[in-house]
Design a protein around this ligand. Structure first.
Ligand code: ISE
Length: 336
């Protein structure tokens, strides 16, 4: 059976997902593109060959000719649309964050528990990125010894003028919160957050620097710099007792000229994580077929874990204090 997918949200990420579903996802077809703007929906539907367009996401999820949904609409719609998908009994691949409120994440988790199974796969795509996968494998094969620290850099070229330090924590850093938690297989206990000041004090759009402490005693530092100017750049290094592993540059090209060597950067995250998105979406098709969430994939509980740290991170930044992170008990449905 070919799985009929509705993509909800036809912005940058919706268009990217529509492209993957239509061109790179055996066993699935792009059936509906839904967006509040019918022009935008129509443009993406025509470009990637969807059978239909729609503007009401809830009605789209309920359609009997839609088997599964892929949500890339604005952040505040993620939890309500996840709840609608659970109610309709349809698997959903939802872009991160599940919600910026840990309380709202728990509502999604409650709905899954009541329905008796998982429906939500969360779009923390870095878990599928080959370089992060190899980093995890290097830790698991024992050659590094115990992991002690993980250094993370996350740089965007430029953020909108209103993109504050708090937004860097709630919008950009969840990727690191999730992938470091996934690689270390640990939970966070404390977070501290700082912003560097220039000669004239704190600049709008200044980077955020966080230090997280895990329940295994490891330290994770995260730099989010959304105005790095030179390119989209994600780096990571995992330091163990007997060695360290780093994500390698993913560029396919190095240019040597004028006594210098150059490696190009992508302007945003889509080229850097193209393979991760493709593998993630492929895993979603398996999830739809089997009803079993792929072992690597993030779920609603991962969304809750990321939201908790983001909330504590914002509090740490605003208060200048080291903030403790209290978690609810993990329900058995999320044992993997
Ligand atoms: C953005 O919000 C994302 O979600 C991207 O995946 C990330 O790489 C980017 O840096 C964020 O700003």
């Amino acid at each position: 059976m070919t799985i009929k997918i509705a993509v909800i949200g036809a912005g940058i990420m919706g268009a990217d997902h529509a492209k993957i579903v239509s061109g790179d996802l055996p066993g699935a077809v792009l059936h509906v593109v839904c967006d509040a703007s019918s022009d935008r929906a129509r443009k993406i539907a025509d470009e990637f060959g969807a059978a239909d367009v729609a503007s009401d996401p809830f009605a789209t999820i309920a359609r009997s000719d839609v088997d599964a949904v892929l949500v890339a609409s604005p952040d505040e719609t993620h939890a309500p649309l996840s709840l609608a998908a659970i109610k309709a009994g349809k698997p959903i691949l939802c872009e991160k964050p599940l919600s910026q409120s840990s309380k709202e994440c728990l509502e999604v988790i409650d709905a899954e528990i009541k329905s008796g199974r998982q429906f939500v796969q969360l779009g923390f795509m870095r878990r599928f990125d080959p370089s992060y996968r190899e980093m995890k494998a290097a830790l698991m094969d024992g050659s590094l010894g115990h992991a002690l620290m993980m250094h993370n850099f996350h740089r965007n070229v430029e953020a909108p003028a209103n993109f504050s330090g708090q937004m860097a924590i709630t919008n950009s850093a969840p990727h690191e919160f999730d992938v470091a938690r996934f690689i270390l297989d640990a939970e966070y206990r404390f977070v501290t957050a700082f912003q560097p000041k220039g000669p004239n004090g704190l600049r709008a759009g200044a980077p955020v620097f966080m230090v997280l402490e895990t329940d295994k005693g490891q330290l994770v530092n995260i730099e989010i710099n959304n105005n790095a100017a030179y390119g989209y750049d994600v780096r990571g290094e995992l330091v163990g007792e007997r060695g360290s592993v780093s994500l390698a540059a993913t560029s396919h090209l190095r240019r040597d000229s004028s006594m210098m060597a150059f490696e190009p950067y992508a302007p945003d995250w889509r080229p850097r994580f193209a393979e991760a998105y493709r593998l993630q979406n492929k895993a979603f098709v398996d999830f739809v077929r089997t009803g079993k969430i792929p072992a690597v994939a993030a779920d609603a509980w991962s969304g809750y874990a990321a939201a908790l740290v983001a909330e504590a991170g914002v509090e740490a930044l605003v208060s200048g204090r080291r903030i403790g992170i209290e978690r609810a008990e993990r329900p058995v449905l999320y044992d993997r």
